[in-house]
Write a protein that binds this ligand. Sequence first.
Ligand SMILES: NC(=O)c1ccc[n+]([C@@H]2O[C@H](COP(=O)([O-])OP(=O)(O)OC[C@H]3O[C@@H](n4cnc5c(N)ncnc54)[C@H](OP(=O)(O)O)[C@@H]3O)[C@@H](O)[C@H]2O)c1
Length: 233
Amino acid sequence: MRVAITGAARGTGRLLAEAFAERGARVFLSARDPVAAGRVADAISQRGPGRAVAFRCDLAAPDSVRGFAAAVADRTSHLDVLINNGAAYIEGDDLADASDDTIESVLAAGGTGTVLLTKHLLPLLRASSRPDVVNMISTCGEVGHRRSDAHPAFYAAKHAHAGLAEILSYRLRPEGIRVISLFPPDFVQDGPRRAESDLTAQSVIDCVVFAVGQPRDCFIREFHFEQVRSLNL
Ligand SMILES: NC(=O)c1ccc[n+]([C@@H]2O[C@H](COP(=O)([O-])OP(=O)(O)OC[C@H]3O[C@@H](n4cnc5c(N)ncnc54)[C@H](OP(=O)(O)O)[C@@H]3O)[C@@H](O)[C@H]2O)c1
């Protein structure tokens, strides 16, 4: 299986890259910092059984996005899974809580960058016999969601990503390309996996691996999660 993933030098993106490599995948992983991405790719390749190569991709910079897509196309004639994972998180109740530059880059990455990367990798996905696009969105991309402390620009970026996923899942379905989206609440990288505990990254990753592993008749379009009930609400 050949997998491309953004924002994979740390956090959930890294864990996703590792999870696919553990299952033997060849992973094209990218991050804003190519050195950090290279370290992750080396560790993955040493551990095996899958292999990973690292690339630079700043989703907020269209040339960098096109460069990543072209570099992947230089190394493979098809791609089975694209994981749109990278997205900068910013907090704040008020629009004024983030600078104009920060707002611009958050929307550029989650909106334009994600659309462009999907556009430029689509020919490789079309060449696969089992193509999937996985979108790491957020509850902030759900209509009516208000519970997060995220900045309004983060909500806007996640709604852009959700809008892209929604229409692509319908339009690409006839070609057999599944567009699978996850809308998790805040989750922890590590922690107990009990009913009263926060969602863990491992559980989110298990959902991705499960959906991608299904036979082609089974198109799981979205994962939504019930948050732990807070007594303050
Ligand atoms: N963790 C959560 O609670 C949570 C909840 C719901 C949804 N999500 C979503 O799940 C995905 C993974 O997040 P995470 O858990 O790993 O949290 P995170 O700590 O917020 O990580 C964000 C990731 O996106 C990357 N990124 C940020 N801006 C980027 C850009 N312009 N171009 C490329 N990559 C960029 C970061 O890379 P750098 O190392 O370069 O900063 C990092 O790898 C994100 O889409 C996030 O919004 C996370």
